[in-house]
Design a protein around this ligand. Sequence first.
Ligand code: URA
Length: 176
Amino acid sequence: MELDLQCERCRLSQRRIQVVPPSGDLRSLVVFVGEGPGEKEDQKGAPFVGRAGKMLDRLLNEEGLPRERIMITNTVKCRPPDNRRPLPDEMQACFPYLEQELQDRQLIVAMGRTACENLLGRAVKVGQEANTYASIELMGKKKEVLLTYHPSACLYNLKAREGLRASIRLVRERFF
Ligand code: URA
């Protein structure tokens, strides 16, 4: 389903400033998926432009893969109030948009527990499963998912930071 900038499919529509669409190269074979917009993203209308975004940019740049070359999106497109995690029914309501965004990708990089669990449909311990691959089916097609850490975990956790860096390196070596 094409993203509706006037979407009211769930309660997150009531308190957002705006719907946050994907950014970067919308035809990239690789998409990085986060959790949901934060305050800065809600203000600017673009994903990963706050503190976590600066960390993601830094790691992408250090690994030679600038953000313009990949697609970046979120599990839910509207900011959850008080930066809580999106609720299951909110992720479900937003899933048709995500599915459409993932349709033409060869690799989905799921950053953090929310993105991983939403895509795999099971509990995930990122600390144990980071930099492993899973296979999922989306709209009748097999898709490969790389599980990894969320950029916000990388702000203070060096294991997470090196884990996300390793994921970015895998992507760059394979696709760019
Ligand atoms: N910013 C985003 O766009 N997504 C996140 O998951 C976190 C911060």
